[in-house]
Each structure stands twice: as structure tokens, then as C-alpha cells.
Design a protein around this ligand. Structure first.
Ligand SMILES: Nc1ncnc2c1ncn2[C@@H]1O[C@H](COP(=O)(O)OP(=O)(O)OP(=O)(O)O)[C@@H](O)[C@H]1O
Length: 613
């Protein structure tokens, strides 16, 4: 099930630094005071280990002095120890509290930018790309935590660097070369560890689609959306099997990486330990020499070396961990910044032209294929004057919905043009403001959205509320009986996710119709708007559409040919081509595809005797 790993695409250190330079100013600006305070605390915390090591040395030296009959200022030592511990505790707690505040600001900023960007993606082309699904999953998951993680990692880095420098300084008591030897001995292990972190991230990125697929299997098995089929067809064992196979393969890859990481780093860690042990032996033997008269170190110095060596190794490990995890966060920010900078196929014109006075629709030799695949529309040309009602019919997959999607500029044609306006005054759809054009259109889509909000919110969809329009939309769409049955009327929440009432398929469809009726539009698009309605509701809703379509350009996609009679004109599509265009009577008389479809459907309603006759 797992795809082979694609070529490694890690960012170089230089690129990572570029991402850091682009990221930091934004994060700082979103909470300048908090970030400054956190930085100050990191600096203070960084000094604590060196202070503690020095206090340890002074304490041991003081005790040795006392044992030899001298005096030691116990009060001063106690105050110093308590002060250091108190500062350490206080800064830790304060940093946690401040990080909480900063996190809130970062999350709002990051999510707002992501949502703004989503609003800028006008087409559907980008959204249907599997790579987009991967990216958005990573970005959504990371948005609430990555910014804070990066800031706290950088603060840890500052703290560890200050600590490492401070602790190194204490080792100067033994010799200037001691910190250098420790750093040189530890560095190979740290570099190796950082390499593995980078590898871990790139594998995580490459595996996003696999883990998305595993999550999808889990959702199918556990969520209510697919519960009926899952139970009826006994799908659970099959899902379990696929899930287990995929998970085991995924875990196998990750285990391999982890094991290689652990085993690969062992020799380097052994080297680092050897260096530390060597230094320890050196200092202790020199200290023993003190007694023999040849050394130079006090007991306090020995304690200093023991704690400082361990401390320096810890701090260096802290530095490497911060750089490693920081690299991961920076990789996330790289994705985030690339996403924010990306342009989608359907873009706003830099200088939009005004919408023409009359919204006639023209397709001029339009061909289109999804995501570079073979065309599903080929050389379609047609003109629909403003105010005309046009029915589009044809077999499944003929390209009817695709044609409407091009009219709404969810995609741009591969070749040819979509034009708005009467002949001679047309403007290319690509040259007008996308949102301005869409605000002129109301639509009932075949796969309309079922928002789990109140009935009222589902109809008004964020538009200003108008009581008269709302009442008309409810009655004309046939929603009134639904309102009478649910508790709370228009305020009733619908959908199961938040404990609302669920509607039947037909009731949902009426709701989608009410939405379109509520929106004052010059163009009306109806894609199979009554497929789920009972005959009485269908007749009523078509009555509403007929009234609504008067004076409006209306496109009705339908397989129920009876409803075609409300149209001024019929377009017949087949395999991506427009093959017939005329009135119902003209097309019947022509005896082509439409006449055949009409006869087929009429025969289904005929009495058995009549069929046989
Ligand atoms: N988002 C998409 N990505 C790739 N191919 C698509 C997409 N949407 C539709 N298609 C393909 O385009 C072709 C035309 O589909 P379209 O939905 O326009 O047909 P239709 O005439 O509306 O069919 P139906 O009557 O079944 O609704 C089909 O072969 C379909 O598989």
C-alpha cells in the first residue's frame, strides 16, 4: 500500500536560515512585549547552571576550609543558593504563563492567514490536487502549535547557548583548552543527531498521503456518514485488514528509521563519553597530586569539573536538540510560506473590468480537461441571451455540470473563452472580478453542502437578513411543513454532529432551493434540483423556479425531461460535445438524441398495454 519514497527534498541550512529570517519578524510583531520578556527570561535562565556550578565549588571549598579550622560565611552561601533556586523557579513559571498568552496570539495570526489564503483560492483546481490535501492537512495540524513551538525552541536554544558558554567559562578554571576539547568530542554526535532529525521530517512529509489514507480508512470504519454501508455490507473486517496492512508497513518504515538513528549515533556518543571520562581522569589525578605536592586543584575544583563536564554535555545536547526540532518547525514554516505565496489556476485580474450591463452568457469554442487529463468538454460554442431559460440534458458524464462550473469560473477553459455580455460588448470572464460575478448567481448544486447550522443560517448563508425574502424562500421551496415539525422553527439546528435534527434527502434539497431563492441573483443555475423530491414537492418547487426564472437567465440541468417544458430552449450534450440546440418542439421534430431520450422516458410512464401496443 505504501508508495515508494520520492527523491529526498530537504532544505539546505542556508534555505532554513532564509525561512527563519522571514518567520521571526512576523512572530515578533504579533506579540512584541511577550516575546521580549520571554527572551529576557531565557537569558537569565541560561546563566543559572554556571552560577550553580560556581556555588557548588565555593561551597565545597568553604567546607574544606572549615574542616581545616577556617571560617565560612554560611549565611551568604545560603542566600546565594536560595536566590539562584528562586530565580530559576520564578522565571520557569513566568515563562510558561507568558508562552500560553503568546500561543493564543500566534494561533489566531496563523489561522487567519491560512483562511485568508483559502479565500483567495478562487478555483477548485488547486483544491482537487492530492498534494494540496497533504499540505493543508500538515498546515491545519501545525497551525495551532508550530509558531509557539518555534518560539519556545528558539528560546531554549538561546538558554542552552548562554548556559553552554557560562559553563564553559567555569571550566576555564582548569585550562582554556578544556571547553574546546569537550565541544570537539561532543560535536560529531550532535551533528549526526541533527541529520537524523532532518531525515525524520522529510519522511514525515513524504508519508503524509499514506497517513491520510489510513485516517480515511479509520473514518470510514468509525464515523456515522458511512455507517449504513459499513454495517450492511459487513465492511469492518475488510477495513481492518487494509488499515492493519497499511499501518504495519508505515510503522515498519518508521521503525527502520528510528533504529538506524539510534544505532548510527552510538559510536559518536561513545566518543563523546570517552573525551569526558579522559578529562575527568586528568583532573582527578592532578587533584591527587595536590596531596603529593605536585598538583594544583582544590576539592571544589574537582566538584566543579565533575558538574561542569556533565553540565556542558547536557547543554550541548540541548543546543543540538533545539536546532533539530527548530529545523522541523522551520520546515513547517517553509510549507506555510510557500502555501501563502502560491498562486492558483483561477486568479483575480489585476485590473478587473466592470460587469456588462446585460449578463448574456457565451461559450466560444471552449474545451476543458480536469488537471491536464483528456478533455471532458470539446469545442463547445453557445450563446444564451439574458433572461432566457435553458435546459441542459444528456447522459451521465456528458459534461453538463462541468459546463456550469466553467461558467462560474471554478476552472478556466483549457482553450476557448467564456464571455459575459451581449454580442459586441462581451468581456472575458477572466477579466472581471470573480466574486463580483459570482454574487450575481444563485445555484442549487447537485452535491449542495449540508451545513450543520440552524435552518435560518443555512438559508441566509451570511447575507444580511430580510424577513420578507426569508418568508418567500421558505414557502416557495416547500420548507414550511419542515419548519412546523422541528422544534424551534428557523432556529432549529440541523445535522447530527452537534445534536441537531436530521432532515430527509428531499428536505435537505428544499433547503438548498430556499438558499438559491433567498439570494437575489440575475443568473440562476439548477443542477438536478429536484432529484430527491416527491412528485408533489417537485411540482411545487418547479412552480417556484418557473416564477423565479422569469426575467433571469436560468440554466436547468435535468434528467427529468418533463421539467424541460419550463425552458425556452434545450441543449443536448453527449461525450463533451453540444450535439443539439433548439426548442423542445424543434428537437422532437428533428428526431435525434433528444427525441430518443424523450421517447424512452415517456415509455416508462406509459401503461403496459400502451407500451405493448
Ligand atoms: N473534479 C473532477 N476531476 C476530474 N474529473 C471530473 C471531475 N468532475 C467531473 N469529472 C469528469 O468529467 C466528466 C463530465 O462530468 P460532469 O459532472 O460534467 O458530467 P454530467 O454531464 O454533469 O454528469 P451527470 O449527469 O452524471 O451529473 C466525467 O467523465 C467525470 O468523470
Amino acid at each position: 500500500m505504501l508508495r515508494p519514497l520520492p527523491k529526498k527534498d530537504e532544505l539546505s541550512n542556508r534555505e532554513l536560515l532564509g525561512v527563519l529570517a522571514r518567520t521571526l519578524p512576523g512572530l515578533y510583531r504579533s506579540a512584541p512585549l511577550l516575546v521580549s520578556l520571554l527572551l529576557a527570561m531565557a537569558l537569565v535562565q541560561g546563566l543559572i547552571p554556571a552560577v550553580t556550578i560556581l556555588l557548588g565549588k565555593w561551597t565545597v571549598d568553604g567546607v574544606s576550609e572549615a574542616l581545616r579550622g577556617g571560617t565560612v560565611d554560611v549565611t551568604l552561601l545560603a542566600v546565594a543558593w536560595t536566590g539562584a533556586a528562586l530565580i530559576s523557579q520564578l522565571t520557569q513559571v513566568a515563562a510558561q504563563v507568558l508562552q500560553g498568552y503568546a500561543a493564543d496570539g500566534f494561533t489566531v495570526q496563523t489561522m487567519t492567514r491560512l483562511m485568508n489564503k483559502m479565500a483567495e483560492i478562487h478555483g477548485l483546481d488547486v483544491l482537487e490536487d492530492p498534494r494540496f490535501h497533504d499540505d493543508i492537512e500538515i498546515l491545519q495540524m501545525g497551525a495551532p502549535r508550530r509558531p509557539l513551538n518555534l518560539v519556545s525552541t528558539l528560546l531554549s536554544l538561546v538558554r542552552s547557548v548562554v548556559s553552554a558558554v557560562g559553563v564553559s567559562a567555569t571550566l576555564l578554571v582548569i585550562g582554556w583548552w578544556v571547553p574546546l576539547v569537550v565541544v570537539a568530542g561532543t560535536l560529531p554526535a550532535l551533528l549526526r543527531q541533527m541529520e537524523f532529525y532532518k531525515l525524520g521530517w522529510s519522511i514525515f512529509i513524504q508519508r503524509t498521503q499514506d497517513s491520510r489514507e489510513l485516517n480515511y480508512l479509520q473514518r470510514v470504519a468509525m464515523r456515522h456518514e458511512s455507517a449504513k454501508e459499513v454495517r450492511l455490507y459487513g465492511l469492518v473486517p475488510h477495513l481492518q485488514d487494509r488499515y492493519l496492512t497499511g499501518t504495519l508497513a508505515y510503522q515498519g518504515v518508521m521503525r527502520g528509521v528510528r533504529n538506524r538513528q539510534l544505532l548510527g549515533i552510538l559510536p559518536y556518543q561513545a566518543l563523546s563519553l570517552l573525551v569526558t571520562a579522559g578529562l575527568f581522569v586528568y583532573v582527578v589525578s592532578r587533584a591527587q597530586g595536590v596531596g603529593a605536592g605536585g598538583g594544583g586543584y582544590t576539592a571544589g575544583s574537582v566538584v566543579l569539573v565533575i558538574t561542569a563536564l556533565a553540565g556542558l554535555r547536557d547543554e550541548l545536547r540541548g543546543v543540538s536538540e533545539s536546532i533539530s526540532t527548530g529545523t522541523e518547525h522551520l520546515n513547517w514554516f517553509h510549507k506555510y510560506q510557500s502555501f501563502l505565496a502560491a498562486t492558483s489556476g483561477v486568479t483575480q485580474p489585476a485590473d478587473p473590468r466592470p460587469l456588462p450591463a446585460r449578463l448574456a452568457l457565451t461559450l466560444d469554442d471552449v474545451s476543458f480537461g480536469y488537471q491536464g487529463r483528456p478533455p471532458v468538454l470539446e469545442h463547445v460554442s453557445l450563446h444564451i441571451p439574458e433572461g432566457q431559460t435553458v435546459a441542459i440534458v444528456g447522459e451521465n458524464g456528458a459534461g453538463k455540470t462541468t459546463l456550469v462550473k466553467l461558467l462560474l469560473r471554478f476552472y478556466d477553459p483549457t482553450s476557448g473563452r467564456v464571455l459575459l455580455g451581449e454580442r459586441g460588448q462581451e468581456v472575458d470572464l477572466r477579466d472581471v472580478d470573480v466574486d463580483g460575478w459570482r454574487s450575481q448567481v444563485a445555484a442549487v448544486f447537485q452535491d449542495f453542502s449540508r451545513f450543520e447550522w440552524t435552518l435560518r443560517e443555512n438559508i441566509t448563508l451570511g447575507q444580511p437578513e430580510d424577513g420578507a425574502k426569508l418568508a418567500h424562500a421558505v414557502s416557495a421551496s416547500g420548507l414550511e411543513p419542515v419548519l412546523e415539525r422541528v422544534n424551534g422553527g428557523l432556529e432549529a439546528r440541523i445535522g447530527q454532529a452537534f445534536g441537531g435534527v436530521d432532515l430527509s434527502g428531499g428536505q435537505w434539497q428544499k433547503l438548498a432551493t430556499a438558499r438559491a431563492l433567498y439570494r437575489e441573483s440575475r443568473v440562476l443555475i439548477l443542477d438536478e434540483p429536484t432529484a430527491a423530491l416527491d412528485p408533489r414537492s417537485e411540482a411545487e418547487v418547479f412552480g417556484a423556479f418557473a416564477a423565479m426564472s422569469r426575467g433571469r437567465t436560468t440554466l436547468l440541468i435535468t434528467h427529468r425531461l418533463g421539467s424541460v417544458l419550463m425552458a425556452d430552449r434545450v441543449l443536448v450534450m453527449k461525450q463533451g460535445r453540444l450535439i443539439e440546440d433548439g426548442t423542445h418542439a424543434e428537437l422532437l421534430a428533428r428526431g435525434g438524441e433528444y427525441a430518443e431520450l424523450w421517447a424512452l422516458q415517456a415509455s416508462q410512464y406509459a401503461e403496459p398495454e400502451a407500451v405493448g401496443a
